[in-house]
Design a protein around this ligand. Structure first.
Ligand SMILES: Cc1ncc(COP(=O)(O)O)c(C=O)c1O
Length: 485
């Protein structure tokens, strides 16, 4: 048997074990210097990437330092001490006005005061010690699947699963599409998946695990999936196509019906990534806004992912993947020759927190159609307020769709990243977009006074940039599920 690998940070690229985080950092830059043609070297030469590298490494170094000084506690603290510590740490988190981390369910009075937070919290606490193998939690999951299937107008053969997040839902939909193709089109040696340029990057992540090839297809001038380009990209190895509802980057809803026609014609699985809009778009449509159809009423839609922990307003860690029919039989994993008995697992993860699932169930029943409509109305109010601000502000323009809940703001004349930096000074965290350079807001049902405050602060920030020549240093444009600032 091989000797156990020694613990400790490893030098990037050559894997040598190092003694300290400082050596790790040195090692990284040494590797970068010595391996001039590697991907990392090329990335490190781009100035913004370099800043990002440094920031990230410093952050990792800090975490490393903390973990050394915070070795396993010798003796416990009192309840009072730990509660104080938690309170203090919580108060260091983002300012109440922050739109980024707390935009769907918020404990700081930022959002519509409709009781959702209290309901989610009570349900979460009531089940936080339970896992997904607890009978009531199983019931919650079944109910959540049925509620979502009815919202998405699924037929009687439809099925689904509750997962830990959008990424897991996308993984399972992709795995089901690949398995389905393997059965029906076994001659395909390496499957291909076609994704509009704006699709969520998790598909590249799963390329590693599942072994397929991705074709990213350029979008049209409005950042919408280009139907003829998608059609041209289909090859004899294509097994799956993606439509976003909407895309995270540009807030654009892809033309699901047209893409579904192409998918049906070629016998390809069409997945609709409605992680962001699944529990919002139906209500926005009901309020009379023009949002494309995306659910199972559209023939050719094979599966849909929708996150309860976004616009379903549950605690974090709950999403759903839904299938038109029983082809999802590929999904539950069963192993029947194990000493502990039959192993059956419906999704990718094992134990999941019953509290989060209970909160999704409770909020959905608490809000009902009326509550979701009212929250959707408030989101549209915020969206409309931002759009009318941009319209009356020379030099600014809307970037992307702004059809539902994602609004991009760009400019031909102003430094938009400096606007984001000013907004940060006022306590708002605003996302950045790289292509094209823009700021991006993912909206939640803000209370009226915060809608006014946001627009007021935007006005001030734009004035500082346009009239007072405020300039912030060029930022690194980062979207990461571990680094949110
Ligand atoms: C369009 C889209 N799909 C999927 C996901 C993944 O969701 P999660 O972060 O819950 O894994 C996101 C996350 O923001 C997203 O924007």
């Amino acid at each position: 048997m091989d000797e156990a690998a020694p613990e400790g940070p490893r030098c990037p690229l050559d894997g040598e074990v190092l003694e300290s985080q400082g050596q790790f950092q040195e090692g990284l830059f040494r590797s970068v210097a010595e391996n001039k043609n590697t991907y990392w070297t090329r990335l490190a030469r781009i100035p913004t990437m370099q800043t990002l590298f440094e920031e990230k490494l410093n952050m990792q170094a800090e975490q490393f330092e903390t973990s050394i000084s915070n070795s396993f506690p010798k003796s416990g603290m009192t309840r009072d001490e730990i509660e104080q510590e938690l309170k203090q740490l919580r108060s260091q988190d983002a300012d109440p006005r922050s739109t980024f981390p707390d935009r769907w369910l918020n404990d700081r009075g930022l959002l519509l005061d409709d009781g959702t937070f209290e309901v989610a919290k009570a349900a979460h606490l009531a089940f936080f010690t339970k896992g997904n193998n607890y009978p009531t939690v199983v019931k919650f999951e079944r109910d959540l699947i049925q509620m979502a299937l009815s919202l998405f107008h699924a037929g009687k053969d439809a099925t689904g699963a509750v997962t830990s997040g959008g990424s897991e839902s996308l993984f399972l939909a992709t795995a089901a599409a690949l398995a389905n193709a393997k059965e029906r089109r076994p001659h395909i040696a390496r499957s291909e998946i076609i994704i509009p340029q704006t699709g969520y990057p998790t598909f590249e992540k799963y390329e590693r695990y599942l072994g397929y090839t991705i074709r990213r297809v350029p979008v049209d001038a409005n950042f919408r999936a280009d139907v003829s380009a998608m059609s041209e990209a289909v090859s004899e190895n294509t097994v799956m196509m993606l439509a976003s509802m909407p895309s995270w980057s540009h807030g654009v809803c892809d033309p699901v019906r047209e893409l579904a026609e192409i998918a049906s014609k070629h016998g390809i699985w069409l997945h609709v990534d409605a992680c962001v809009g699944g529990f919002l778009a139906p209500f926005v449509r009901e309020l009379g806004r023009d949002v494309p159809e995306f659910d199972f009423r559209v023939p050719g839609v094979s599966s849909i992912s929708a996150d309860f922990h976004k616009y379903g307003y549950s605690g974090k860690g709950v999403s759903g993947v839904f299938y038109r029919n029983k082809v999802a039989r590929h999904q539950p994993f069963i192993f029947d020759t194990w000493a502990a008995g039959l192993y059956r697992s419906p999704v990718l993860t094992g134990t999941r927190n019953g509290g989060a699932i209970a909160s999704a169930w409770a909020v959905m029943r608490y809000l009902g159609r009326d509550g979701y409509l009212s929250r959707a109305g408030q989101i549209l109010k915020l969206r409309d307020a931002i759009l009318s601000f941009v319209e009356r502000c020379p030099g600014l323009k809307i970037v992307g769709g702004a059809e539902l809940n994602v609004v991009g703001i760009g400019s031909d004349y102003s430094d938009v990243y400096s606007i984001a930096s000013k907004m940060k000074d006022y306590g708002w965290k605003i996302n950045l977009l790289k292509e094209p350079g823009a700021i991006q807001l993912v909206l939640g049902p803000l209370r009226d006074e915060y809608i006014s405050l946001l627009v007021h602060d935007l006005e001030k920030a734009v004035e500082a940039v346009q009239c007072e020549d405020f300039r912030a240093p060029s930022p690194a444009v980062v979207y990461s599920d571990e680094l949110t600032d």
